[in-house]
Design a protein around this ligand. Structure first.
Ligand SMILES: Nc1ncnc2c1ncn2[C@@H]1O[C@H](COP(=O)(O)OP(=O)(O)OP(=O)(O)O)[C@@H](O)[C@H]1O
Ligand SMILES: [Mg+2]
Length: 322
């Protein structure tokens, strides 16, 4: 799909397929095109070129049928503030065309799932952000859709609420296909089977969170000492470590005292721990600590999206208001 808003090319050609049951994280910096993609999938925005299909149905040609199969939580979760939670969900059930005899049951199911029983009689404007988000999720699952499209479901929540909503999404993901956008990379790691990274209207990555965080190697921290008890010379050991196959860089790191030496080794694609062990045998070192750290998903994200960090990582903008 492509999407142009006036002079802005929001999507420059985005194409992907999500099999049933998958939980997909949609990542990208501000303005990358996440919400645009999700709005198109949900049938709220028309693509300039291309098509979106849900269960084989073109969302433009069959808007009613395709919307019945998907639940959508829009960015910023717009709700009818003055309505009571119960009335709002009733209203949504009616609008979605859930047959009257089924309504009460569906409502009960969604309320139970989202933990809304205690606030059914409250007006929406009285709710905390976390509860508002639960209402947003409840309206999205009310008609029991196969596919959930959730645009930044945890934005603005406190850490406790994030954990709650995340586990709710995880639970929903057991039986539904979920596409969720987020700026929180740990969220993707804990909830998603697959990550799509979008930057400037184009997909720049499509992989599992594990593989995206792994591809580029990482570092191995080592603490070692001489097995024979003889003193080790840091410069000599450093040079010997640099010759271990797969090592691309060596720098000093914290040791433990008592004649120990610490190093941080960089490696590319290959795991160097085996070679490291063999080098230790050769040089008669005793390895006291070997700790590998993969390149994180965060680093991959920064690299693929031109260095702009996700919101959770970057410093908050200086406040303009006095
Ligand atoms: N209705 C609109 N009219 C004009 N431009 C728009 C409109 N909606 C989005 N855009 C532009 O399209 C681009 C993609 O926006 P989109 O909202 O899809 O980004 P996003 O990835 O969801 O960003 P964010 O992380 O900030 O939510 C941006 O440049 C945005 O300014
Ligand atoms: Mg958005």
């Amino acid at each position: 799909m492509t999407k142009t808003y006036g002079a802005t090319q929001a999507l420059r050609g985005v194409s992907f397929e999500v099999p049933r049951g998958q939980v997909v994280g949609f990542l990208g910096p501000n303005g990358a095109g996440k919400s645009t993609t999700m709005k198109i999938l949900a049938g709220f925005v028309t693509p300039t070129t291309g098509t979106a299909r849900v269960n084989g149905l073109d969302v433009r040609e069959d808007p009613v049928a395709s919307r019945r199969m998907l639940g959508y939580l829009p960015e910023n979760n717009p709700l009818y503030e003055e309505m009571m939670v119960r009335d709002f969900l009733d209203f949504v059930a009616e609008v979605r065309g859930i047959p009257k005899p089924l309504r009460a049951g569906r409502l009960r199911g969604a309320v139970e799932r989202c933990g809304l029983a205690s606030v059914l009689g409250k007006d929406i404007h009285q709710l905390s952000k976390g509860y508002r988000q639960r209402v947003g999720l409840a309206q999205a699952i009310l008609h029991d859709p196969d596919l959930l499209i959730l645009d930044e479901p945890t934005t603005g929540l406190d850490p406790n609420q994030i954990v709650e909503i995340r586990s709710l999404i995880k639970e929903l993901g057991r039986e539904k296909t979920v596409i969720l956008s987020t700026h929180i990379l740990s969220e993707v790691q804990s909830t998603c089977d697959r990550v799509l990274i979008i930057n400037d209207g184009r997909l720049v990555a499509d992989d599992t969170p594990e593989r995206l965080g792994k591809g580029e190697g990482g570092t191995v921290t080592v603490v070692l000492t001489s097995r024979a008890g003889a003193g080790l010379q840091e410069a000599v050991v450093s040079e010997q470590l640099g010759r271990v196959a797969g090592v691309t860089g060596v720098e000093g790191a914290e040791a433990e005292g008592g004649g120990t030496l610490g190093f941080r080794l960089r490696y590319g694609a290959e795991d160097i721990r085996r070679e490291l062990f063999e080098a230790a045998v050769r040089h008669d070192w005793c390895l006291l600590e070997v700790k590998r750290q993969h390149v994180s998903l965060e680093e991959t994200f920064r690299k693929l999206t031109g260095g702009e960090g996700p919101r959770e990582m970057s410093a908050p903008p200086p406040s303009l208001a006095a």
